[in-house]
Write a protein that binds this ligand. Structure first.
Ligand code: NAX
Length: 328
């Protein structure tokens, strides 16, 4: 049998961690033939809570779970990591300016990037979930110069899944009937969910919808503001759906996209579609054999161009801010 894959999860005692860890342990992250060893990172005050979660993981008697270790030191937590899910982050609290938020997260993602650089396995794949996810990923990546930049990604799969669900509902079809949907840009309210290249049962989705007002005034804002709507309804931010999207992101990265489809991942730009090189921005990507590629040659309409540019401009501002803070 295969040696266990080391999966490091930060923020393990948080609400996303609680939903995520059991799905990793059950084999849904890497597949039913791959044993996993969990390495949990928490801040010292939350280590006890993480120990409680580890007890429950033990009680799950998961055949694929080869063990769970808990750390409060990033260097130890990332040692030997093959997959790292960076979930723990500093949330924006009342009265906090964006620069304060970026600085507080720099204090988390800079040392984590350094620890990944120092001790992760050669095949390390990183997914940043903790917000502001794209820029946190950029900070970690910039502080891991010996790791290929493309191994650092940020999560827009939840946005992608939300867009699939809204579009399926509008057209009265199953999410499984929809292919080639794209989230562009930042995982923030400026993101752009693009249905112009999407297909519904083989037909163009934008033509099937044929309602630009719905697109501009309902679909795009509903997807972009879904996180706030969940907080309003649930009294807490999205957790199980975020964990599910994190599972999807890594599973697709490792196992590949289906023929004739693609997914959305925030990845370091190579300059495609006018997105400045190095920004961690969401693109349509196909994956195969553990590698992803940006889908090339898509025609971008004026409607799409304006929205992609606005979200990418926001990413540029965030990058400039963290550069000024000396974090990258
Ligand atoms: P919680 O506040 O429930 O949990 C966060 C956990 O991270 C806490 O247990 C905390 O102790 C831990 N933590 C803080 N600093 C740490 C550090 N330096 N090292 C290790 N652990 C640390 O938040 P939760 O609801 O689980 O959300 C986690 C993050 O995901 C937040 O930043 C949230 O904004 C972000 N989200 C991102 C989404 C995305 O689509 N990219 C969607 C869902 C979610 O909002």
């Amino acid at each position: 049998t295969q040696a266990p894959v080391n999966v490091t999860v930060t923020g393990a005692a948080g609400q996303i961690g609680y939903a995520l860890l059991f799905r990793i342990a059950s084999g849904q992250l890497l597949g039913p033939d791959t044993p996993v060893k969990l390495r949990l990172l928490e801040i010292p005050q939350a280590v006890k809570a993480a120990e409680g979660t580890a007890m429950e993981l033990e009680d799950g008697a998961f055949p694929l779970l080869a063990g769970t270790d808990i750390f409060d030191d990033p260097k130890q937590a990332f040692a030997g990591a093959n997959v790292a899910l960076l979930v723990g982050a500093r949330p924006r609290t009342k009265g906090m300016e964006r620069a304060d938020l970026l600085e507080a997260n720099g204090g988390i993602f800079k040392p984590q990037g350094e620890a990944i650089n120092a001790g992760a396995a050669d095949d390390i794949k990183v997914l940043v979930v903790g917000n502001p996810a794209n820029t946190n990923a950029l900070i970690a990546q910039s502080n891991a110069p010996d790791v290929p930049a493309e191994r650092f990604t940020a999560m827009t799969r939840l946005d992608h899944n939300r867009a699939l669900a809204q579009l399926a509902k509008k057209l009265g079809v199953s999410v499984a009937d929809i292919k080639k949907l794209t989230i562009w840009g930042n995982h923030s309210a400026s993101q752009y969910p693009d249905i112009f290249h999407a297909e519904v049962a083989g037909k163009n989705a934008a033509e099937a919808v044929n309602d630009e007002k719905w697109l501009a005034e309902e679909f795009i804002p509903t997807v972009a503001k879904r996180g706030a709507a969940i907080i309003e309804a649930r009294g807490a931010s999205s957790a199980a759906s975020a964990a599910s999207a994190a599972i999807d992101h890594v599973h697709t990265w490792v196992n590949g996209t289906a023929e004739g489809d693609w997914t959305s991942m925030a990845i370091p730009s190579d300059g495609s579609y006018g997105v400045p090189e190095g920004l961690i921005s969401s693109f349509p990507v196909t994956t195969k054999n553990g590698k992803y590629e940006i889908v090339q040659g898509l025609e971008i309409s004026e409607f799409s161009r304006t929205r992609i540019d606005a979200s990418v401009a926001e990413l540029g501002e965030e990058r400039d801010a963290v550069r000024k803070l000396g974090l990258i």
